[in-house]
Design a protein around this ligand. Structure first.
Ligand code: ATP
Ligand code: MG
Length: 335
């Protein structure tokens, strides 16, 4: 388990203090694929770099399976860092070295038995489906292939944690999907906990179990992806969800154009299957005007959003909303 408690990190830039991480606490369980999403400058990379000890922290602790890594030095630190692999947006491969040499590099540093290095590299290349590129140089590979090499390198020493800092941000959508599939496979086969820093809600939706939303160095909201999709509380979470292609664009619905109440309905899993609109019309003296709707497939379930106008007496509208929330277990929010 990764347990971050009251973490603070500042940078000094030309005499000004920038608070990159502001009192962050977060628990990431073994086996999670945990997303960390936020806009540029929110502090995502800094948080990841603190977990990997690429940055020293000002205060707070980061405990990995009970060991506070912020306090470790030298040999003990190296031993802990061996358990954490990392991949980056721009792959960070050694340009002058072949694919084989890139993957063998951490094995050599970590004193892997010399006569077994070749077999280990081949095994990793088979896993990421790139055996035929063993002698190629990074410049001869596509973006997706480079990231596969970087992933093979990151998992070569059998880490228990893999950190990804925008690992798919430089890739086109179909290559992104294939890298996300590979990461999911790694999480499943090798039981590696994955922490994914991203600014793409698509990535969170497609691969993460849980997500933390970071704003100005603070976590403004976190929970399961289903929770955040069904009832986002922060403005930032709402904006990220509406950034999804085909999502309900509530910003473009001008509520003053309508006489009734505009309500955003969010339903999860089984509640998505219920014929709620016809139910409402039958049970209450209201009319329902559908303005917009969509459905998003998450890891374990589906989340639907529907924006409707409810027309009728205030009391009937309130009864409908109560019915939706209490009986249908749908989140109904008047906007
Ligand atoms: N080495 C550094 N020196 C000075 N300031 C830094 C340094 N690294 C980060 N910062 C500052 O800390 C804040 C958080 O930066 P960080 O790189 O963690 O953001 P981010 O969420 O990863 O953004 P992006 O999505 O653009 O990668 C920013 O204000 C940034 O300018
Ligand atoms: Mg960053």
């Amino acid at each position: 388990m990764i347990e971050i408690s009251n973490l603070n990190k500042t940078f000094n830039v030309d005499g000004n203090t920038v608070q990159a991480i502001n009192n962050v606490s977060l628990k990431i369980n073994d086996g999670d694929i945990y997303g960390i999403i936020g806009y540029s400058g929110a502090g995502k990379s800094t948080l990841l770099r603190c977990i990997n000890k690429l940055e020293d922290v000002d205060s707070g602790s980061i405990s990995i399976n009970g060991t506070d890594i912020t306090k470790l030095k030298n040999g003990k630190l190296r031993a802990e860092k061996k358990k954490i692999g990392m991949i980056f947006q721009h792959f960070n491969l050694l340009q002058q070295k072949t694919v084989f040499e890139n993957i063998a590099f951490p094995l050599k540093i970590n004193k892997y038995p010399k006569d077994k290095i070749k077999d280990r590299v081949l095994e990793l290349l088979e896993y990421v489906d790139l055996v035929d590129k063993i002698d190629a140089y990074p410049s001869q590979l596509s973006g997706g292939q480079k990231q596969r090499v970087a992933i093979a390198r990151a998992i070569s020493t059998n880490p228990t944690i893999l950190l990804s800092d925008e690992g798919t941000s430089a890739l086109d959508p179909s290559t992104t999907q294939s890298i996300l599939e590979l990461l999911k496979q790694i999480n499943n086969d090798l039981k590696i906990t994955i922490v994914m820093v991203t600014h793409q809600m698509e990535v969170v939706k497609d691969i993460c179990d849980k997500v933390a939303i970071v704003e100005k160095g603070q976590i403004v909201e976190n929970g399961t992806v289903e929770q955040i999709f069904t009832s986002p509380k922060s403005k930032t979470a709402n904006l990220f969800i509406s950034s999804l292609q085909g999502d309900v664009q509530e910003d473009i619905i001008d509520t003053s154009d309508y006489d009734g109440k505009i309500v955003r309905l969010s339903f999860l899993g089984d509640s998505a299957k219920k014929p709620i609109v016809s139910d409402l019309v039958r049970k209450f003296d209201v009319d329902v005007n559908i303005l917009s709707g969509n459905i998003n497939k998450l890891q374990q379930s589906k989340v639907g959003h529907l924006i409707v106008e409810l027309i009728g007496k205030d009391e009937e509208i309130q009864n409908s909303i109560d019915y939706l929330e209490n009986t249908c277990k749908i989140v109904a929010e008047v906007i």
